[in-house]
Design a protein around this ligand. Structure first.
Ligand SMILES: CC(C)(COP(=O)(O)OP(=O)(O)OC[C@H]1O[C@@H](n2cnc3c(N)ncnc32)[C@H](O)[C@@H]1OP(=O)(O)O)[C@@H](O)C(=O)NCCC(=O)NCCS
Length: 334
């Protein structure tokens, strides 16, 4: 265990007798309490189980470079801070960070102490930029981020939830048949099979989200982490990853990330720029809903950028209800 030592609470609110805190790296027995701290403020967001939390921290791959630090008070974690590479950026020196303090221990400098610790570790690791998402309804979180040099990037993510019993089929069911007539079929990754060349094409679809075509060099470089996070990570399976194929070529994808016994996140959905506007995304998403209903799930979570009018319309038609919004914040590190 790495222990940084005691923190004296400098002034301000007494906590019983003003005590000292211990800052140390996470131990496995902390996990139930860390999940509890997450859930205190995220009851309306994605559920987190101890099992999934552990699975996500079990990665021993050398390029993970993630750490979790815990502040302990009275023998019990009062908050934690974590970082891990922001793998989706394709840039090895950009990290995502998260700090969470049990509100009962808030406003006494614990968050700041954790941030200082994360910052010094990240400097040692050569990080140059940090990103984070803060709930738009969390004034303390937004203030904290601003005070620590983070600036809003303008990206805002809207979360949605769907009760699968209330999911609306609309014309999504008929789309698959129409697409088949047009030469586009939907299948699971398990059925599609496909070697590395196919998966690299799929990664291209995943990255082909905006106006700019994806940078081939960055895709090549990030293929192993993409594969680990999008295909092989905890809660993922080739059975719950659907692809749209035009001939043998992947032109669309959507996948589930199992969150708990009855909930999953319908994670990223993407359609190649060449195939948009043909109903491929709702057909894929409906396929995921059908599978989940047959396998006893009750709830889906998903999210999209607030400006993504097409995806928002698709989610609404399927019956998704809005949840919290998150604002992306970022800062350079030097
Ligand atoms: C944001 C969060 C991490 C802050 O944790 P914290 O331990 O309360 O942070 P700090 O105590 O260092 O700072 C919070 C405030 O308390 C003030 N403060 C710190 N020590 C103090 C003391 N001894 N006496 C009085 N005020 C104090 C700080 O000046 C700061 O004030 P401000 O909000 O006006 O800027 C916590 O509220 C949280 O977990 N929120 C949910 C998750 C989140 O949004 N995380 C941020 C992005 S990852």
């Amino acid at each position: 265990m790495t222990e940084v030592g005691e923190i004296r609470i400098p002034h301000g609110k007494p906590f019983g007798p003003v005590g000292s805190l211990t800052l140390r790296s996470r131990r496995e027995e902390d996990d139930p309490r860390l999940v509890e701290i997450y859930s205190l403020r995220e009851g309306d967001s994605l559920p987190l189980t101890v099992e999934r939390y552990r699975a996500e921290h079990a990665g021993k791959e050398p390029d993970r470079r993630g750490e979790v630090w815990v502040v302990e008070m009275g023998g019990r974690p009062a908050g934690f801070g974590r970082f891990s590479p922001a793998w989706w950026t394709g840039q090895p020196d950009i990290y995502s960070v998260e700090i969470r303090i049990d509100p009962a221990y808030g406003r006494r400098g614990i968050g700041t102490r954790l941030f200082d610790q994360l910052r010094s570790r990240l400097l040692e690791l050569g990080a140059t930029r940090l990103v984070s998402w803060v709930r738009a309804d969390a004034g303390d979180g937004l203030r904290f981020a601003a005070r620590h040099g983070f600036v809003e990037t303008g990206e805002v993510i809207q979360e949605y939830r769907l009760s699968l019993r209330e999911a609306k089929r609309g014309d999504a069911g008929r789309l698959e048949e129409r697409l088949r007539h047009e030469g586009v079929r939907i299948t699971s990754l398990a059925e599609a099979g496909g070697g590395e060349a196919f998966l690299r094409d799929l990664q291209h679809v995943w990255a082909d989200s905006g106006e700019e075509p994806p940078d081939p060099q960055s895709l090549r470089h990030s293929f192993p982490s993409w594969r680990r996070e999008v295909l092989d990570g905890p809660g993922l399976s080739p059975e719950t990853h659907w692809v749209a194929l035009d001939g043998d070529r992947p032109v669309g994808m959507t996948f589930l990330r199992r969150l708990s016994s009855d909930a999953a996140e319908n994670d990223y959905t993407g359609v190649a720029a060449s195939h948009r506007g043909r109903g491929i995304a709702p057909a894929l998403k409906w396929k995921a809903i059908e599978w989940a209903r047959q396998h006893g799930l009750n709830k889906f979570h998903t999210s999209s950028e607030v400006g993504n009018a097409r995806m928002i319309a698709i989610n609404r038609r399927l019956g998704y209800q809005s949840g919290p919004q998150r604002r992306e914040v970022a800062r350079d590190l030097s």
